[in-house]
Ligand binder design. Structure first.
Ligand code: PRX
Length: 646
């Protein structure tokens, strides 16, 4: 691996600002209570204990949830690197999100305050969410959906999207949520790979004032899928949409005869039964279906929500992500609902109609915990400090960041302008594959701008060389985790060989695909991907996905897609295109090619830069050397051209 990947390690070493917690934060933290129960009053000593007692820790966390039948064994390698957690246990995550709250005061608490793109609002209590979930579960049962079936959910950020996810999981069926910004072919490929029987969608929705015709896009996708039997359509915007006889059914018609007191008991699931498949980009053209299971995932999402966000009974929690990404699964739906907190769900965009939209939402709902992305913060920073200053953000007590490295400047802006110079920021590092946060401070630990700081309890994170040996403090290397954790993905759907690459790229460790450094004081800083994954606004795109999209255009012979540093989005996409004989470079063609990416992959993947070129550097075996192209483009030394992925 070339050393130039790690050259910016120095910047963290020169970051000297450390923000300790206040005594009040330490005294009142959820994690303090747990540490004390184990005889510790300091995180690092407790963390060391947790490495040696990981099964005790996870048993304790799991016991806080409801199990239909207890597990017999906490952890088991089946055939390394395949493993199981909570072996023999029977659980349903939805029981933990809804049913068990029906016996407590949480029943009457608001589960979600929802605000639409246009400003309309709706709130739903835990009891109402329980009722609606049961009704939809019944409706889905009436369509023949049962345990193990796959259901694709292609919906906007509305309460019905949450109901759909919960109803599917309640039945023991497997959801695969597809982000509403993906194009028809991306939806089609995911439906085909998951062999989904049903799509749940909406007529359409507005985001940032723009109409997205979800039903029309899903019709295009479904026309090319052999497995879809029905399409359920939630009428969100009262749009006229074509309904295909025998296949399509309106949500309201499906539920017309389902009374409010309908109860569909939660399907008791084995800990290791599938909960969901979520597609994410890797280094090949085909997105991977990351598989999460009921038991371990529930325990991981619950414990991290409780400790990282330090959820208390009276908190109002807001995660600005979309349910279409893993952050939405773990920290909009499952984690928060398991803790019984009141959350905010927002359909719109940060700066529509004005650049203070987010701050206005936070003020009006009296948000106490805000979890967002570096791109979101950088985007709003650009409009100036006066926008947040217009709003009373004094209810906030804890901030979070996720999805990409947060630069110290954005971190400081966030703390100063949103966190009134005193709030802690939880910079949470994790991945679709990890299911829940692995590296992050808790409210009791010192913080350093730009650093996800320390691993959470039991998480053996390290920075290593090619042989999985620790590189030591202050040196760059690969971020790895040395032992499985409960919420880790179990496999890649239909492609276990691809799962193996996570454990076989470097000997005997989970390879995250990121470069990182641990500084002299033990603070971890994650620098970014070392594979061909491009992070645009915190969202993962595979170089190959963009390249395959472009080579499917008749004018294109070959393409290389790379990520370039971007002040706002973290990275943006640049493509180098070799045209087929008979085609000439032109601005019109460049525009057409960008549009082609938009319609085949989605708006996120559209290259910001497109350069026509007569040739591209290749290995002897003919593989395009993206790393060399990137180094040249950025004016960096090309260095050693051997790469991890060959
Ligand atoms: O590169 C890391 C970056 O996001 C990748 C995972 O992307 P995804 O599966 O889409 O999940 C995003 C939401 C969990 C990681 O490999 N990443 C995520 N969080 C951070 C981060 N990089 C630096 N700091 C973070 N806090």
């Amino acid at each position: 691996m070339s050393s130039n990947l790690f050259e910016d390690t120095d910047s963290i070493l020169s970051e000297e600002r450390i923000f300790p917690p206040t005594q009040e934060m330490v005294d009142n933290a959820n994690i303090t209570a747990y540490m004390k129960s184990k005889g510790f009053d300091e995180y690092e000593a407790f963390y060391k204990w947790s490495l040696e007692n990981r099964y005790e820790y996870w048993d304790d966390m799991a016991k806080e949830l409801h199990w239909f039948e207890p597990w017999q064994k906490t952890f088991e390698w089946t055939e390394k690197p395949f493993f199981k957690w909570f072996v023999g246990g029977k659980i349903n995550i939805v029981y933990n999100c809804l049913d068990r709250h029906m016996e407590t005061d949480v029943r009457h608490k608001v589960a979600f305050h929802w605000e639409g793109d246009g400003g309309e609002t709706r709130s739903i209590t835990y009891e109402q969410l329980y009722v609606e979930t049961n009704r939809l579960a019944k409706g889905l049962q009436n369509l023949g959906i049962k345990k193990g079936d796959r259901v694709a959910i292609y919906m906007p950020a509305i309460l019905e999207q949450i109901v759909a996810v919960l109803a599917v999981a309640r039945l023991g069926a497997v959801h695969t949520v597809v982000f509403g910004g993906f194009a028809a072919s991306a939806l089609r490929d995911r439906i085909i790979d998951a062999e989904a029987k049903l799509v749940i969608t909406a007529d359409g929705n507005h985001r940032g004032g723009k109409l997205i015709k979800l039903k029309q896009i899903s019709d295009e996708a479904v026309a090319e899928t052999p497995t879809i039997e029905h399409v359920v359509v939630y009428n969100h915007q009262q749009l006229e949409v074509p309904m295909k006889e025998g296949r399509d059914i309106y949500w309201n018609d499906l539920l017309a005869d389902v009374p409010a007191d309908t109860v569909v008991p939660c399907e008791p699931m084995d800990s290791e039964d599938l909960l969901y498949i979520l597609y994410t980009s890797g280094s090949t053209g085909k997105p991977k279906g990351v598989v999460h299971v009921q038991g371990g995932y529930a325990v991981g999402a619950y414990a991290t929500t409780k400790f990282v966000f330090d959820i208390k009974d009276d908190d109002i929690y807001w995660c600005t992500a979309d349910v279409g990404w893993v952050t939405g699964h773990s920290y909009i739906i499952y984690g928060p609902l398991m803790t019984g907190v009141t959350s905010v769900l927002f359909e719109g965009t940060p700066a529509y109609p004005n650049p203070d939209r987010w701050w206005s939402v936070a003020e009006r709902f009296k948000v106490t915990i805000l979890y967002t992305s570096p791109t979101g913060i950088r985007g709003l920073m650009r409009f100036g400090e006066e926008w947040p200053a217009k709003h009373d953000l004094s209810h906030l007590r804890l901030l979070g960041s996720v999805g990409e490295p947060i630069n110290p400047e954005a971190w400081m802006w966030y703390r100063h302008n949103i966190g009134h110079d005193e709030l802690p920021i939880m910079d949470t590092w994790w991945q679709t594959e990890t299911g829940s946060i692995l590296i992050s401070p808790t409210i009791i630990q010192p913080l350093k701008p730009g650093s996800a700081t320390r691993p959470l309890p039991t998480i053996e994170a390290d920075v290593v060389d090619k042989n999985s040996k620790s590189v030591g403090l202050g040196k760059g290397g690969f971020l790895v985790i040395r032992h499985p954790w409960p919420s880790q993905m179990r496999t890649i759907y239909g492609d276990p060989a691809r799962y193996l690459t996570y454990w076989e790229t470097l000997p005997n460790v989970y390879f995250a695909g990121d470069a990182a450094t641990i500084d002299k004081q033990g603070f971890i800083r994650v620098q970014g991907r070392v594979d061909d994954v491009i992070k645009v606004s915190g969202h993962r795109l595979g170089s190959m996905e963009i390249e395959s999209s472009l080579v499917s255009h008749p004018a294109v012979a070959e393409v290389a897609a790379i990520g370039k540093p971007d002040e706002l989005k973290g990275e943006h996409v640049k493509v180098f295109v070799i045209l087929k004989n008979g085609f000439e470079p032109s601005d019109e063609l460049a525009k057409e090619l960008k549009l082609h990416v938009r319609t085949t992959v989605g708006a996120l993947a559209v290259p910001e830069e497109l350069e026509f070129t007569p040739s591209l550097p290749k290995t002897r075996s003919g593989k395009i050397m993206r790393r060399v192209i990137r180094a040249k483009e950025l004016g960096e030394p090309v260095g050693d051209t051997s790469t991890l992925d060959g």
